[in-house]
Design a protein around this ligand. Structure first.
Ligand SMILES: Nc1ncnc2c1ncn2[C@@H]1O[C@H](COP(=O)(O)OP(=O)(O)OP(=O)(O)O)[C@@H](O)[C@H]1O
Ligand SMILES: [Mg+2]
Length: 236
């Protein structure tokens, strides 16, 4: 799979909400919960805690069905739900992170990884073709991102980019100049559309919302980066 990780540095800029919406813009995408603060998709969408990441991690490398046998449906999007307890989430990524990553990378399609708030990147984030860091364009989040960028550039295999969410005093050029990372997309503040997704509603009602249209454009931008030659991606 191509791996696109979504993450934040502070606050809750809408990583999980966007992960589901973004996956729905691809024909062959899977959402993987890798938020070390614990997964929320099982609760939001009324799903079981299994199957999911834990059963996928325990499965043999040649098991029938690959990830599909462990995915559940979150409003029309396949998801590998992560444990909701932070300790269990940290544990599965610490003990089985390499194995999970290896199996997903070897499969077809696109993995949209909900990496939650960034810490030292777990293996699937390190293996990303693209890490999109979500920030509200406000000073405290931009300062936090600036401090993280050198670490991320070293730790992540592919490109690092920023997604700006909502309004703030800083625009695209300010952010690119201050942080030194390109802005790959902008999402509106659209609480109504986001709330439908947060309570596990169907995304088919959202098609004409501002948020869905902006996430569609983000999907196009991300796809075009994934098609760039690896050398260009690695150099950015
Ligand atoms: N683009 C948006 N506009 C307005 N509200 C949004 C947007 N995206 C998400 N929200 C709302 O913000 C809250 C947090 O969203 P979400 O859980 O997706 O954020 P997150 O970044 O994953 O947070 P966390 O770090 O807690 O996992 C929810 O109430 C959600 O409905
Ligand atoms: Mg989240």
């Amino acid at each position: 799979m191509k791996v696109i990780s979504l993450a934040s540095v502070r606050g809750a800029p809408g990583v999980t909400t966007t992960a589901i919406l973004l996956a729905s813009t691809f024909t062959d995408a899977l959402v993987v919960e890798a938020d070390l603060d614990g997964g929320v998709l099982a609760v939001r969408y009324g799903l079981g805690r299994e199957p999911g990441l834990t059963t996928f991690a325990a499965d043999g490398p040649d098991a029938d069905g690959g990830w599909r046998a462990h995915a559940q449906d979150a409003g029309g999007v396949p998801v590998l739900v992560g444990p909701d307890a932070p300790a269990a989430s940290t544990s599965v990524w610490r003990t089985a992170g390499e194995r999970i990553t290896h199996k997903l990378v070897a499969a077809d399609g696109v993995a949209i990884v909900d990496a939650g708030r960034l810490r030292s990147p777990v293996p699937i984030v390190a293996a990303s073709d693209l890490l999109a860091v979500f920030v509200n364009p406000v000073a405290d989040q931009l300062v936090a991102l600036t401090h993280l960028v050198p670490t991320l550039r070293q730790a992540v295999r592919g490109r690092v980019a920023v997604v700006l969410v909502g309004d703030g005093p800083y625009g695209v050029e300010d952010v690119e100049r201050a942080v030194g990372v390109s802005v790959i997309g902008q999402l509106p503040n659209d609480p109504d559309a986001a709330e439908v997704l947060r309570v596990g509603g169907s995304r088919s009602h959202l098609a004409r919302s501002q948020l869905a249209r902006a996430v569609g454009a983000l999907g196009v931008a991300l796809s075009s980066v994934l098609l760039e030659p690896t050398t260009a991606v690695a150099a950015s």
